[in-house]
Design a protein around this ligand. Structure first.
Ligand SMILES: Cc1cc2nc3c(=O)[nH]c(=O)nc-3n(C[C@H](O)[C@H](O)[C@H](O)COP(=O)(O)OP(=O)(O)OC[C@H]3O[C@@H](n4cnc5c(N)ncnc54)[C@H](O)[C@@H]3O)c2cc1C
Length: 273
């Protein structure tokens, strides 16, 4: 039996818009690029939880910094001359205040402004970032973690696995296109790591994560289950976990994007993002 109380505590951060520049770009796999950002504006940046989301603004001309908005309260306000550029939520993968660096890992899927910006990012290119507005830190008891996601959930899962105390029981199920998209995962957790490949998979690929989880025997004790990725796939995971008796307060399931629908993250309510 697991507790029915949520282990999450939300911490709110002051709202800040930052203009940053690319320091370097590192390809982790054929379709995942790590962009390392820098800038004086990074001072005071906070990301307390592995599943934080920061909103990134992608200027159509990455060498142009003239479009920067003003901040009114918790809103960024753009001008008629410089309307709001495309923007999406991303995971702060690593923040190093000493080196003055923030890493964001982008899936390069080939179709959207964020993916295209990242694929072509060069040192000196500009990027806007607001948030994270809040962090959901684990404050309650968790005996074991169940973490599942596709490539877009992977940065958060990899960060959480790096941050978990040594010996914490954790199961991670990671869905990527193929073996070339697997990444080394560093963790001192007592980790059972399962990679699932989309390429060559039989049946509906939206069921891959849920099907992989359905084969697992769960440990006893208080679980925290977290999943993020393509919306239909995460819905299937949530349904499966409910069927297995995991109470809703013990899970956080988020559709980070939806197949064939641009800007899906804009539909996630602010209090959920
Ligand atoms: C809190 C949060 C954290 C996130 N963290 C990350 C992260 O760290 N790294 C990351 O890569 N993504 C992350 N995402 C997902 C990312 O915001 C979306 O994938 C976003 O839609 C990408 O924007 P785009 O401009 O590339 O594509 P869009 O303009 O939004 O979409 C264009 C087309 O591409 C498709 N598409 C969008 N994303 C993908 C994808 N990953 N694979 C295949 N097709 C896709 C859409 O269905 C649409 O057909 C996160 C989302 C949230 C809500």
């Amino acid at each position: 039996m697991t507790s029915t109380e949520s282990p999450i505590q939300a911490v709110t951060h002051p709202f800040v818009f930052r203009l940053l520049q690319v320091r370097r770009s590192t390809w982790l796999t054929p379709h995942m690029v790590r962009i390392t950002l820098e800038g004086d504006a990074l001072d005071g940046f906070r990301s307390d939880a592995a599943d934080d989301g920061a909103r990134l603004f992608f200027p159509p001309d990455p060498t142009d910094a003239s479009w920067v908005p003003t901040v009114e309260g918790t809103q960024v306000v753009f001008s008629d001359e410089h309307p709001k550029p495309p923007n999406h939520e991303y995971t702060p993968r690593r923040y190093d205040p000493v080196a003055g660096e923030l890493d964001i890992d982008f899936v390069v899927h080939g179709e959207g402004p964020a993916s295209n910006w990242a694929a072509n990012a060069k040192p000196g290119h500009y990027l806007g970032i607001s948030g994270p507005r809040r962090s959901r830190v684990i404050a309650g008891n968790v005996d074991w973690y169940l973490l599942a996601g596709d490539d877009t959930g992977l940065p958060s899962i990899a960060r959480r696995l790096e941050e978990l105390p040594a010996g914490t029981p954790a199961i991670a199920v990671l869905e990527v296109a193929n073996a070339e998209e697997e990444q080394p995962i560093e963790s001192e957790a007592d980790l059972q790591l399962i990679w699932v490949h989309r390429d060559g998979a039989a049946g509906d690929i939206s069921d891959l994560l849920a099907n992989a989880i359905s084969t697992l025997t769960f440990p006893e004790g208080d679980v925290f289950a977290w999943a993020a990725g393509e919306a239909s796939s995460i819905k299937a995971v949530r349904r499966h976990l409910v069927d297995r008796g995991i109470p809703l307060p013990r899970m956080r399931m988020t559709g980070y994007w939806k197949r064939s629908i641009p800007d899906w993250d804009h539909h996630i309510p602010v209090e959920e993002s």
